[in-house]
Design a protein around this ligand. Structure first.
Ligand SMILES: Nc1nc2c([nH]c(=O)n2[C@@H]2O[C@H](COP(=O)(O)OP(=O)(O)OP(=O)(O)O)[C@@H](O)[C@H]2O)c(=O)[nH]1
Ligand SMILES: [Mg+2]
Length: 239
């Protein structure tokens, strides 16, 4: 694994402020930093001894005077930049106090998923931005079909995909029961996973224990409980 010049992978947290209309906020990276001018989720490096949530709250306060009130863990990603390797943990921030102030000279932009108006994005963030297209409550028909906006999707069993590959639909989800299956779903190019055959939150937590390489949906749960456990959202069984 590539590392920074101290030989480590750097832990980073970043957060998407989500407003009542489902828009999310990006900031531009300040002059003088690597990838200056690229658009990112506000955040930064985790300090020694800090929890991920504490790091997120500190970065939001330092960079823009925003007090995080409610955030849930969401996705993780490792990316190798020329300057460093980073282990990113992304949160979604559902409530906060204060209006973002550019403490580091950055610009802010509220974006609609799929209709982004700013560029370029940080290279690691492509799948994270795509995940924001997925609704919090996904309605899937008995045959596994669903839609994301105008685009078709298919939800299949992972075992079938191991033989036949990811379905060719624009969106595809895999049913998984373990952390190993979640990693396999990510490797096969699925857009999300559904942990529906795991009994209870302890089992769900074990599925995502190594992080969330894909958005993971929970079934048979309330949305608020699912979000607290790091799920992207919940599955709504359709007709
Ligand atoms: N904040 C943030 N960093 C990201 C994102 N995606 C991503 O790859 N990174 C990478 O994570 C690393 C650390 O982020 P940062 O530069 O914001 O760190 P920081 O606020 O602590 O800055 P500092 O070291 O100047 O104090 C950078 O290499 C950056 O490219 C993202 O969405 N938000
Ligand atoms: Mg930062």
């Amino acid at each position: 694994m590539m590392t920074d010049n101290t030989g480590k992978t750097i832990a980073v947290v970043a957060g998407a402020l989500i407003d009542a209309d489902g828009r999310y906020m990006l900031g531009s990276r300040p002059a003088g930093k690597p990838y200056a001018g690229y658009w990112e989720f506000p955040g930064g490096k985790v300090e020694a001894g800090e929890t991920l949530f504490a790091a997120l709250a500190r970065e939001f306060d330092e960079e823009m005077g925003v007090r995080v009130q409610h955030a849930t863990p969401w996705l993780t990603r490792v990316h190798h930049y020329e300057h460093a390797s980073v282990h990113l943990t992304f949160f979604r921030v559902w409530s906060w106090a204060g209006t973002p102030q550019p403490h580091e000279g950055q610009a802010f932009a509220w974006q609609k998923p799929g209709e982004e108006s700013v560029a370029p994005m940080l290279p690691a963030n492509g799948p994270i931005l795509r995940a924001l297209h997925l609704p919090l409550s996904l309605r899937v028909a008995a045959d596994g079909r669903f839609a994301v906006g105008e685009e078709a999707g298919a939800l299949v069993d992972l075992a079938g995909a191991q033989r036949a590959g990811r379905p060719p639909t624009p969106w595809a989800g895999a049913r998984v029961r373990s952390a190993a299956e979640l990693a396999e779903a990510a490797r096969l190019g699925f857009d999300f996973a559904l942990a529906d055959a795991v009994a209870g939150w302890d089992a769900f937590d074990r599925v995502v224990s190594a992080g969330w390489p894909l958005p993971v949906f929970a079934a048979g749960a309330t949305l608020s409980a699912a979000l607290e456990h790091g799920a992207h959202g919940v599955l709504e069984a359709g007709a």
